[in-house]
Ligand binder design. Sequence first.
Ligand SMILES: [Zn+2]
Length: 349
Amino acid sequence: MEILGETIPAGSSRRLLWAGGQAFDGTPGGSPVLVVNGVGKGPTLCLTGAIHGDELNGIEMIRRVLQDLDPGRVKGAVIGVPIVNLEGFRRGSRYLPDRRDLNRFFPGNATGSSASRIAAALFTDIIRHCDGLVDIHTGSLNRTNLPQLRADLRKAAVRDFANGFGAFMVLHSAGAAGTLRRAAVDAGIPAVTLEAGEPGRLQSAQVREGTAGIVRLLDALGIVNRMNLLTEPRPVYYRSTWVRSDYGGILFSLVRLGQSVSTGDILGTVTDPVTNSQNLIYSPVRGRVVGMALNQVVMPGFATFNLGIEADSGPSGSLMENLEPPPEPVGAPRQPAPPSGAEPDERPE
Ligand SMILES: [Zn+2]
């Protein structure tokens, strides 16, 4: 395999460096790229982490997956880029040094802004070699996510790829323009975003669950053979909706990540610190808390709880046909306005 100007012989692994437009002239270095080139024919799976520099769980997932691979028993190849946004990582920041969000610039432009150039370099140097991509993220901006995939389930190749994770929560979403996932899918490379936990932390349960899903994917793609005797359970598809606070104040959650909720259940309270008036946030649907804001001070309109609603996928399924929450039942408690879906910046990927 030829990558980053190096030849990786079959049955070997290498640690390379990717400068990716992030280096200053004359300074050596770059972001590590781990390559395991197997002995047999098979697809190349790519894993990317820390496109947002403060999202740490994926760095550890990529380490665990790559360390456990024996090149002599791999068919195809696995390429891991644990820290794409090296400067953001060093500063503990989601963003690039110029405050741009790298995950809005793919597939990039080699003569554009610095974000655009880094995106183009990653796309050209690494992503074009991939037959499938898992881009790993966490919740953003003081929010946390239950381990979940984001995938454009209208596309059969993406759906098959997501199914390789076995029993995993999958949220249908086309992906915002400029995200690596969207750009890869547009380039014909099946891709999903794997979300797990919150930024700025390393969380063992989330890392374990994400790593297990990726290992099942390696098996499903034929890259490794775990010789399963049992059929893997299928993923569970969800559509999701954000519940916004209509009030400003101090948010306290009354639900846990992963908890099931019914229509009208109280999700949290928002208390005005000056007038002491307290407002409740109700669930507009029956579903499951798949993402949520950590306790903090919020402004009116802040997206507080991401609720997943189980859905079937496919042409006859409810996933594509019923993207709006069910109508409010008559006589139900006062409820927030029907969520209109998150703005791109409230999507953690
Ligand atoms: Zn992210």
